[in-house]
Design a protein around this ligand. Structure first.
Ligand code: KG4
Ligand code: ZN
Length: 331
């Protein structure tokens, strides 16, 4: 069976073609990232306009690369939310128009579930319950999946971790997106030169990153940092946020007696986070799933992968659903 995946939740426009459950025939991503650089963050209006301009080209290229024609598509999986309203509307409207004209069933996909499924694009899913760690520009969430249901364990009370990376990078005069920039500079710094206090939070599995962002701001305000100071500050920031995330993710597995941790989202590309998750899960005998780097940021292959399972479990979504910027995961 051929499935077309469509992803337009933020600044990427992506279409992918999957054959069966696991074979990726194409996965085309067009990003508007460069257009947002002068503003130091995603401008929703620019993102949605880019999606609108790119979607048809990306769709045609995905089919071309896959070597298929539209009449071979048997299922369309599209991101319903969460994300930016304007961007989501482009993908959902495109999917509905295509599905209606070609009489192909649609399946509406949760973007966060799709990020976790990025781990299973080229392989099968684990059957046992797992803890999911979602770290992206919009989310920092710990959830537990059992018997087909997601239960929310905890999430950020303010900024998402990717958002904190991007805001701190802006304060430090680094380019957007800040995550990869800070990751690169941190490798050359001393993580012990600058330390930050972990926030005291009521929720066991909750996160908060606005405090550390403000602490960085106070450190640099009105000062010109030397290269060395900049690298040390990046290393100290990264050391703190990574250790907070890893500690809570491992604790969530231990305390819920779950032996599988599935991680996903743009920030899972972070080198230190990957390294620490690998080391700590090995120590605690937890099986870790980390998505290949190519599937960490937004892409339609993960949407198709999630849609295929959703379709075989619940059937089609029909044409009545709408884009939902606040779509939740877990309850
Ligand atoms: O999942 P994603 O592509 O978009 C959302 O759904 O939010 O994640 C984008 C986020 C950005 O905040 C970006 O700075 C962050 O992922 N990111 C990183 C790294 N690569 C991307 N953060 C830390 N280290 C990285 N290497
Ligand atoms: Zn995402």
């Amino acid at each position: 069976m051929i499935t077309l995946g469509i992803e337009t939740s933020c600044d990427e426009t992506s279409c992918a073609v999957l054959e069966g459950r696991n074979k990726v025939l194409s996965n085309i991503v067009s990003s508007s990232l460069k257009k947002h650089r002068p503003f130091g963050g995603v401008v929703p209006e620019i993102a949605s306009r880019h999606c609108l301009e790119a979607i048809d080209i990306v769709y045609r290229e995905a089919l071309d690369r896959a070597g298929i024609s539209p009449d071979q598509i048997r299922l369309i999986a599209v991101t319903q939310g969460p994300g930016l309203a304007g961007s989501l509307l482009v993908g959902v409207s495109f999917a509905k128009a295509l599905g209606y004209s070609l009489k192909i069933p649609l399946v509406a996909v949760n973007h966060l579930e799709a990020h976790l499924d990025a781990n299973f694009i080229e392989s099968g899913k684990p059957r046992r319950p797992f803890v999911g760690l979602l770290v992206s520009g919009g989310h920092t969430t710990l959830i537990r999946h059992e018997k087909g249901r997601f239960q929310l364990l905890g999430k950020t009370l303010d900024d998402a971790v990717g958002e904190a990376y991007d805001k701190v990078a802006k304060v430090l005069g680094l380019a957007y997106p800040g995550g990869p920039e800070i990751d690169r500079l941190a490798k050359r710094g001393d993580p012990e030169a600058v330390s930050f206090t972990a926030p005291k939070l009521k929720g066991k599995y909750c996160f908060s990153f606005s405090g550390i962002k403000t602490a960085v701001l106070y450190r640099v305000r009105g000062r010109k940092l030397s290269r060395r100071e900049l690298e040390d500050l990046c290393a100290g920031f990264q050391e703190s946020v990574v250790s907070w995330i890893v500690r809570k993710a491992v604790a969530a597995c231990e305390e819920t007696r779950t032996r599988i941790l599935v991680a996903g989202g743009g920030v899972i590309a972070n080198s230190l986070l990957r390294e620490r998750l690998l080391a700590e899960t090995r120590k605690h005998k937890i099986k870790l799933f980390l998505p290949p780097l190519a599937y960490t940021t937004d892409n339609a292959a993960m949407v198709a992968r999630n849609g295929i399972d959703r379709f075989s479990k619940n059937g089609p979504s029909g044409f009545g659903f709408s884009a939902d910027p606040n779509l939740k995961i877990g309850n």
